[in-house]
Design a binder for this molecule. Structure first.
Ligand code: AMP
Ligand code: TRP
Length: 335
């Protein structure tokens, strides 16, 4: 009998969920739940590493939880990072097994610290931002995760996590932590419908993303105005904007529509109005289910909050077990 493998992933509580987040990450979380023991964190400690709005953090955390559950994440698999303080305890321990130089070389640290500097707030480049990947390593290793579904942008952080695990194991004289593997599942990269040369993202502005919980009219309007072909695409090649609409249809799972329209494209008979109509129909069919579920959850917010507090409490027991063993292994005190 082989035990179920463990999956850990996490997401920062920042703003709304758009189709890029859903198809690129969260849908995968939902699917993985069938095969693995999954721990999914809403990482509010990570959200403090950049200048942030204190008034919004807690609301964003609950909003993200509501959204995750509305699209199919099982509340039992969810935890809130700040409700499991062992993550920060393990972070301290890992800090002492992590090379300072390696942290300064992380591309995300370089990018984000430049971003803070460019906004004229150099003094706000926090030690937390530098330490961000160590907290991430603690998130992963505390549950002894086998797999970590992440995007390619997180590759370096995963490498660092493995380095920390190895260093720890060496110091402890025992292969205590398994080295986790990234799970780069095939997830689509969704582009902005307003400017297909960019990826769909919140930071680019309103028209560059489609909210997963947008009403039908908004989705239809945004897809209708999607940029398809600026006219300079060589014959037989698909323009990025057109490809993006195909990608969206495929991502909703409607293979029949996808195949039929692709045939039309190759035959040179594809009409962009039809492509847009079908894209919007499929998106609306999918998101209307999410909106329904969100309405249902939102009618009893207390219930969901209690549920996720409870699941964080249960998940914390696993984290406590690891920290207890870790302290034992490296000469710290347990009561
Ligand atoms: P962010 O909102 O940028 O922090 O991203 C949260 C998650 O969504 C990450 O795993 C990203 O890789 C994923 N994601 C964000 N935007 C897109 C996009 N346009 N296409 C695919 N995945 C995305
Ligand atoms: N750094 C990740 C991101 O920006 C979020 C994250 C925090 C994470 N802890 C994690 C992802 C642990 C995977 C595992 O997307």
């Amino acid at each position: 009998m082989s035990a179920r493998k463990t999956v850990l992933s996490a997401i920062q509580p920042t703003g709304n969920m758009h189709l890029g987040n859903y198809f690129g990450a969260v849908k995968n979380w939902v699917d993985l739940q069938e095969k693995y023991t999954c721990y999914y964190g809403v990482v509010d400690y990570h959200a403090m590493t950049m200048p942030y709005d204190v008034q919004k953090l807690r609301t964003n955390t609950w909003d993200l939880i509501t959204n995750l559950v509305a699209v199919g994440v099982n509340p039992e698999n969810l935890f809130i990072q700040s409700l499991v303080p062992e993550h920060t305890e393990l972070t301290w321990i890992f800090n002492c097994f992590c090379s300072y130089g390696q942290l300064t070389r992380m591309t995300q640290f370089k990018d984000k610290s430049t971003q803070v500097k460019d906004s004229g707030k150099e003094d706000y480049i926090s030690a937390g931002l530098l330490d961000y990947p160590v907290l991430q390593a603690a998130d992963i290793l505390i549950y002894r995760a086998d797999f970590v579904p992440v995007g390619k942008d997180q590759e370096q952080h995963l490498e660092l996590t493995r380095d920390i695990a190895q260093r720890f194991n060496f110091q402890a004289g025992k292969e205590y932590f398994v080295l986790p593997d990234a799970l780069y599942t095939e997830t689509p990269k969704i582009r902005s419908t307003a400017d297909p040369s960019k990826k769909m993202s919140k930071s680019a502005g309103e028209k560059h993303y489609i909210n997963v919980f947008a009403d039908e009219e908004t989705i239809r309007r945004q897809i209708k105005s999607a940029v398809t072909d600026s006219g300079d695409t060589p014959a037989g090649k698909m323009a990025e904007g057109v490809e993006n609409l195909f990608e969206l249809i495929k991502a909703t799972g409607n293979k029949t529509d996808y195949d039929r329209l692709l045939e039309d494209f190759h035959a040179g008979t594809l009409k962009y109005v039809d492509l847009k109509q079908v894209t919007a129909d499929n998106l609306v069919a999918m998101t209307s289910g999410f909106i329904e579920k969100k309405k249902e959850i939102s009618s009893d917010k207390r219930k969901l909050k209690d549920q996720v507090k409870q699941s964080s409490f249960e998940i914390r027991k696993r984290a406590q077990e690891t920290v207890r063993e870790v302290k034992e292994l490296i000469g710290l005190m347990n009561v």
